[in-house]
Design a protein around this ligand. Structure first.
Ligand code: ADP
Length: 489
């Protein structure tokens, strides 16, 4: 908007008409004081100021305006009557934002000057807007940089405080930060620690994880600079996310050598103990079987002997499981695979369990109708385990359903369903882990938590799958699938 300041209404009128005709928005003031009031309240792109005014002359007005920070850069065109005025103008205002025009006004020249001044004002206004935006952006960047720096510093001090070897990697895979423990294993913060020659290539594995954007975990052997001995470490590389974007990766090497050795010792102990227990137990069992035959009909001894024998058989089963575990761990669980009749096997087990647990109804649906390939005694072991669990964990509703069928054209599917205590969703995945028992089972039912672990290993060796579907309080279905025919895996 342009402000015209003149004490002569005719002048105002004609100037206003001229500028409005050329599409300039115009405001007017009839004297210096009114002009100053308007200037304080509004923003003007240009002020056209009559020099000769009765109350306050144009120069006075201009000098006051130049004192306000808001208006000091507003361009002014003085309207001068006499030539003498010109020297004041050039003397007082040399900023370039000031011009003059003599009366009588030549409208073409005035328009030319107004346009130039207006353009000048617009440009400088745009420049100061850009300047302001730039300042804001610089400020924001500084703040973001500071926040990122603080976050990184926080992460680094956390990684420094933990006992593990720790490091961070940039989003594109470059080693970024390493804690001081790193230097006990690597000669430089810029190099990965050397690993055992038989282990995987660390750099490659980590680059691969960064490329595929997948967290990474592996066991790897490292040794300290001055040591000859490698120790097993668990390497974990996890993405650090910000607004769901991977901004970097954080990694740790945890020394797990001691845990590994303890676990090995425990496995060794289980192996030795179960072996040593097995021999005397086998002879106890044989003598008890002899006694059972000898004491037949001799009540109450025959009953005592039968009960003892049944407990010894349970003990024998537990020891067999423990032996299996140690064999599995040492890779000594041998699997000879042959074709066998799964329908016969399932029917035999149903008959046997129905005989042992007459109060349970065990029914079967589906038939396979063809021989399958696998290790019969081990598949039988899985089935017995599923049956035993189904009976053990359903003390109130004594009904069990076994289903067998062929799926996907070439796979055997076997499931055992009970209507017992069931398992919570969050427990279900853990049931196949070694020694895991769901809390509701551990309180009321005896067991060691190894049966399903062995089943899982057996099915795994058959290149099959296994799982459970269950709702607490409604029962459970344990199932497995294995290829019908020999595979080359
Ligand atoms: P165990 O029965 O000796 O504890 P398993 O390895 O056979 O060991 O089973 C592991 C756990 O799985 C059990 O402790 C129990 O919590 C759960 N489980 C297995 N079968 C069933 C089932 N049919 N119903 C409910 N829970 C079951």
């Amino acid at each position: 908007m342009i402000l015209i300041v003149d004490d002569t209404p005719e002048n105002i009128y004609s100037l206003k008409a001229l500028l409005t005709l050329h599409s300039f928005p115009v405001d007017t003031a009839a004297g210096g004081e009114e002009a100053l009031k308007k200037i304080l309240n509004n923003s003007y792109a240009l002020i056209i100021l009559d020099v000769q005014m009765p109350d306050m002359d144009g120069f006075e007005v201009a000098s006051i305006i130049s004192g306000y920070s808001k208006t000091k850069d507003t361009p002014i065109i003085f309207l001068t009557a006499a030539n003498t005025d010109k020297q004041y103008i050039t003397k007082g205002y040399s900023s370039g934002g000031v011009d003059y025009i003599t009366k009588p006004i030549d409208s073409d020249i005035l328009l030319l000057k107004v346009k130039t001044m207006y353009r000048l004002y617009e440009q400088s206004r745009r420049l100061s807007e850009i300047h302001l935006d730039l300042l804001q952006e610089i400020d924001q960047r500084k703040k973001a940089e500071k926040a990122a720096y603080e976050k990184a510093a926080e992460l680094h001090s956390t990684l420094e405080s933990i006992p593990q070897i720790a490091f961070t990697i940039t989003a594109d895979g470059g080693l970024e930060y390493t804690n001081s423990k790193w230097l006990e294993y690597s000669s430089s913060p810029a190099e990965y620690p050397p690993t055992h020659p038989e282990d995987i290539d660390l750099q490659k594995a980590i680059s691969n994880s960064v490329m595929t954007r997948e967290p990474f975990e592996t066991e790897i052997r490292l040794r300290r600079h001055k040591s000859e001995v490698y120790r097993c470490h668990l390497l974990r590389v996890m993405p650090v996310l910000e607004n769901n974007e991977i901004v970097k990766w954080a990694g740790t090497f945890t020394d797990i050598e001691d845990q590994k050795q303890i676990a090995e010792k425990k496995d060794e102990f289980i192996s030795i103990a179960s072996h040593e227990l097995k021999t005397p137990l086998t002879s106890i069992k044989s003598y008890l079987q002899l006694l059972e035959r000898e004491s037949a009909g001799n009540a109450p001894f025959s009953l005592y002997v039968t009960r003892t024998l049944s407990q010894v058989k349970k003990l024998d089963g537990l020891i067999a499981d423990l032996l299996d575990i140690s064999k599995l761990e040492n890779g000594k669980l041998l699997f000879e695979e042959n074709a066998f009749d799964i329908d016969r096997l399932v029917n035999n087990q149903i008959e046997m369990f129905s005989h042992t647990y007459p109060d349970y109804t065990i029914s079967r649906t589906g038939e396979v109708g063809q021989p399958i390939h696998g290790n019969e005694p081990r598949i039988e072991q899985v089935l017995i385990n599923f049956f035993n669990n189904a009976i053990k964990y359903s003390p109130d509703r004594k009904e069990i359903i076994v289903e067998t069928r062929i799926i996907e054209g070439d796979k055997l599917f076997v499931s055992v369903t009970d209507f017992g205590i069931g398992i919570h969703k969050e427990e279900q995945q853990k049931l196949f882990d070694k020694f895991y028992r769901a809390p509701q089972a551990s309180s009321g039912f005896q067991g060691m938590g190894i049966g399903l672990y062995i089943c899982a290993e057996i099915i795994h060796r058959h290149h099959g799958t296994f799982g459970v579907e269950s709702e607490p309080g409604k029962g459970a279905t344990f199932y497995f699938t294995i290829p019908l025919h020999k595979t080359n895996q």
